[in-house]
Design a protein around this ligand. Structure first.
Ligand SMILES: O=C(O)CCC(=O)C(=O)O
Ligand SMILES: [Fe+2]
Length: 375
């Protein structure tokens, strides 16, 4: 056994205190800031604002300060990112011991496991998807192995999961009420103890490979198939498959498509209509919340899932490896994907998806995207 002082600690990779500011000369999307503590106090004006954000773009900042669940997310995300940076610095062979099993979501996703365009360009992001259900049960009941770093911090993950899940469900309850849907509808489809695809995703994207930012890309550039000026894609264009996502990031890199996902469909991995990618500036003290496909499905299209992607951070920020901590609230595995009944509205038409479970539905969504079970 080596002496303690001989064991080399990996260099700290997650260093938010050192990041340069987000540039102020690039096209960003302004999204509203909703205050979590006001939602928790049932503030009517804040409820209206969150509903209008979710009917519109499906993206908003959530100010987390001033309440316990928010503080747990704020401090927990930093602790999880620090822990994640130690896991990502393990040798690849060690990380591959935890790799996602066939058709399975949880565990390690290596960089390059999915393609970002029709030329087959690989993605560059690594993920560690830590299952909600394994973190909130005794060790003996866990369904798969986890790295020692995760197991040693199981209480941290459990507290994070409970807070993020509660915050997601609070937002969903507000939306249900605004739509004239029984607020218990969302709660009944997302019970925390039930098996589901919910997970804490730790993401790492490498620094920008080239110093200069390539020009803003439009779908017509991509179709040329040329590598000239091509953006490095960490996570390609997608809408999240689940119901609601609570995202914490510190560096830019997240981009949202300028047109609503209601209009822009995907073709060759890119939105098929006119528009552009707009940056979302990370905001201190705030999570970024976005709705996923299941929210759109349950609400019969009233709520909108936001189309987004991740590229290296802009400007000098791009010189840092990029971390984010994402919590996905998804319907329980056995939940049927039935649309909500809206009080006072005529019944919406039944379709063949009414009878399928969330597990099957998410698998179909994922196959349609042409990748494995990545969000
Ligand atoms: O890293 C981010 O900022 C977003 C990540 C994301 O969209 C995802 O993992 O689904
Ligand atoms: Fe996403």
């Amino acid at each position: 056994m080596p002496h303690k002082e001989e064991v080399e600690e990996p260099a700290e990779e997650f260093t938010p205190e050192l990041y340069p500011p987000f540039p102020d000369d690039i096209p960003t999307l302004d999204i509203p800031t909703i205050t979590l503590s006001k939602l928790l106090e049932d503030d009517a004006a804040e409820q209206d604002r969150v509903f209008s954000a979710c009917v519109g773009r499906g993206f908003f900042y959530l100010e987390l300060g001033g309440c316990e669940a928010g503080s747990t997310i704020l401090s927990g995300a930093e602790q999880i990112a620090r822990l994640g940076s130690r896991v990502f610095q393990l040798p690849l062979a060690e990380k591959m011991r935890y790799k996602q099993a066939h058709k399975q979501l949880f565990g390690y996703k290596f960089a390059g496991s999915s393609v970002t365009d029709k030329a087959g360009t690989p993605d560059t992001a690594e993920f560690f998807n830590v299952a909600k259900n394994d973190m909130i049960v005794p060790d003996a009941e866990m369904r798969r192995p986890w790295p020692a770093e995760v197991l040693e911090s199981k209480d941290l993950f459990a507290a994070y999961v409970r807070s993020a899940h509660a915050v997601g469900l609070k937002v969903l309850a507000v939306l249900a009420e605004k739509m004239g849907v029984d607020p218990g509808e969302f709660a009944a489809r997302h019970r925390i103890e039930e098996p589901s695809g919910d997970h804490v995703r730790i993401t790492r994207g490498p620094p920008r490979a080239v110093k200069e930012m390539p020009e803003v890309q439009t779908p017509s550039h991509t179709d040329s198939g040329s590598d000239q000026g091509k953006e490095q894609i960490q996570t390609p264009s997608h809408t999240d498959f689940g119901t609601i996502t609570i995202l914490m990031n510190w560096l830019g890199g997240l981009q949202v498509w300028s047109e609503s996902a209601r209009k822009a469909h995907l073709s060759n991995g890119q939105p098929d209509g006119p528009g552009e990618w707009l940056w979302i500036k990370p905001k201190r003290g705030c999570a970024i919340i976005n709705l996923g496909d299941a929210a759109m499905r349950f609400s019969n299209g009233v709520l909108c899932a936001g189309r987004h992607r991740v590229i290296p951070a802009p400007g000098a920020q791009g010189e840092w490896p990029r971390y984010s901590i994402v919590y996905f609230v998804r319907p329980e595995d056995s939940c049927l994907m039935k649309k909500f009944k809206v009080q006072g509205a005529p019944e919406s038409s039944e379709d063949e998806e009414e009878a399928i479970t969330a597990t099957e539905w998410i698998f179909r969504q994922s196959s349609a995207l042409g990748n494995k079970l990545d969000d």
